[in-house]
Design a protein around this ligand. Structure first.
Ligand code: NI
Length: 228
């Protein structure tokens, strides 16, 4: 399931993020990729010791936390600290790859976080660069995603995906991985569809008895399927 969230960042947040990124020093992106992905990866990334990184991460996590659609679609259990990347010049593409299933937890415990969902938050205006489409293969075919700055796409970490070469300008983005309370993408999709339909029903007919009962069923399915 691909879910896009338009305008996740406010214009002020987007401007603040860009200002921070303009000051940053970029390094090769290969460091955070698994062995297979590293061979396909040719972009740049903010290093873990970048002075701008804590403020950037806080800005993005804050925006995620206030988005009800993000919660409904991802059912997030653990969101790993976001990364920031840039495609331009000779470092301009990321060939087809799959994201690692397990990523080291950032708390220093030595434990792992399972990557169920990957997310890309676009930070450059699409008119400012050519290419740079996020191409995602799923069971319904291949999708090409290039969103307005400040908008986010969620997609299964299990998918094969790529970023096509940027042939003009630069594409800056934030990307992240998260573990969902509901590991199975099929169950997650059922819950998301039901939640969205209930939202619509509530708008259309209010808190009718059947809406209350169906809402109860949604939460009972979540209780049954979620792991915390
Ligand atoms: Ni990836």
């Amino acid at each position: 399931m691909l879910v896009t969230i338009n305008d996740l960042l406010t214009p002020d947040e987007l401007a603040a993020a860009r200002q921070l990124l303009a000051k940053a020093t970029w390094v090769s992106g290969a460091a955070t990729a698994g062995a297979q992905a590293a061979q396909a990866k040719n972009n740049q990334q903010l290093p873990e010791d970048a002075a701008e990184l804590p403020a950037l991460r806080q800005l993005v996590l804050q925006a995620l936390n206030r988005s009800p659609v993000f919660f409904a679609a991802a059912l997030p259990l653990k969101v790993l600290p976001p990364f920031f990347n840039r495609y331009s010049g000779q470092s301009n593409a990321y060939g087809f790859h799959t994201d690692s299933a397990m990523r080291l937890a950032p708390d220093g415990s030595g434990g792992y976080v399972r990557a169920d969902i990957s997310a890309t938050l676009f930070l450059s205006d699409p008119d400012d660069y050519d290419g740079g489409e996020l191409t995602i293969e799923d069971t319904f075919g291949t999708h090409s995603v290039k969103l307005p700055a400040g908008s986010l796409v969620l997609y299964p970490s299990s998918s094969i995906h790529a970023v096509t070469p940027v042939t003009r300008g630069q594409r800056q983005a934030c990307f992240m991985f998260l573990q969902s309370m509901v590991a199975d993408p099929g169950k997650r999709r059922l819950l998301y569809d039901m939640d969205m339909a209930l939202l619509q029903l509530r708008q259309d007919i209010g808190e009718a008895d059947a809406v209350i009962r169906l809402t109860g069923t949604y939460h009972n399915l979540l209780r049954r399927w979620a792991q915390t």
